[in-house]
Design a protein around this ligand. Sequence first.
Ligand code: GLA
Length: 381
Amino acid sequence: MVDPRLAPTPPMGFNTWNRFGIEIDERLMTETIAAICEEGLRDLGYIYVNLDDGWMAPERDALGRLVPDPQRFPHGIGPLADAAHKAGLKLGIYSDCGHRTCKGLPASYGHEREDAQAFAAWGVDFLKYDWCHVPFEDFPGRTHAEVAQILYGRIEAAVAAAGRPMLLSMCNWGDGEPWRWGRGLAHMWRTTDDIVDAYRRETSGWSGDLSTIFRLNAVLDEFAGPGGWNDPDMLEIGNGGMTTTEYQTQFSLWCLMAAPLLIGTDLRAMSEDTRRILTNRELIAIDQDPLGRQAVLADDRDGICLLTKPLAGGDVAVGLFNERDAAAAYAIDWRRIAPTAAREVLARDLWTGEQRRVRGREDCPVLPHETRVWRLSAALD
Ligand code: GLA
């Protein structure tokens, strides 16, 4: 059983994959650690700095040990973990259930114990564990869900035996519905294929665009909660394939869905818009709310989604997402979704900062692909 106290709220940080793929090295990591601190992101809660696929050498060494790529990581992983810790951050690493990672590098099948021990010895705090090249033939008659439980169980036990607390991120793309059995084996579980940096894509492929991924994850609210979170994959904000409105939508929806917030852009070169989105404190507070509830999709008509997320202390977060390509308006009945006992309700728009008293129903305009978010609280007088 993983320790749920490692993820009382959805994990936050940075991961190399979305922006850099396997073009990663220790300089990128060191500069990212510096940027997270300088940009004030650490103090907002973005504390994990995570390596994804590509950190390891093409083969294990003569003793069967997994080794960092000597060109890209000449000093190894330990010093990077030390640098992260010195900066008040935590270091994440990546491996895979199978013989090889998705990019064909050595992975942990049959090496779970020694790899977990190496990660612990290096000072790693977070392990993302992928699902490529799994030898299903070794498990005749077993379903994917069963094999996943065996293999994620093995790495969970190996990490526990290695003795260093590590947050476990299960990355099996929703195969076998991990939200039904992932709690206890990991602190977060991917619910979908990989996200692509696009709002909507006409061709269907293995990976999913923002609106597709949102819809797959939005209906899984009952499975998220403190200690274990639905993971609709990482943030694409800042990577260039979507408009600012669409990136605001990703941030809004991910915060409402209590999703892990793993930044996937180049933090050394953020635009003003990217910075403004990723540092929205009030949205982050919705994601990190201690009650730990994922928003419910309360209404879903003609491409307009209404999401409501109960918050600790009785406030409610409300999201209005216009999935369509045309501007729209939706009548929100504030009294119905507001904190129950309140006679009057304060609605604070978390993107504009505007705050007003609301009552009854009101037509709320919403731009194409936009998500508006309000925090409702009881008006005190
Ligand atoms: C899979 C995962 C991604 C990423 C890549 C790395 O596709 O789902 O998040 O880790 O592998 O190869």
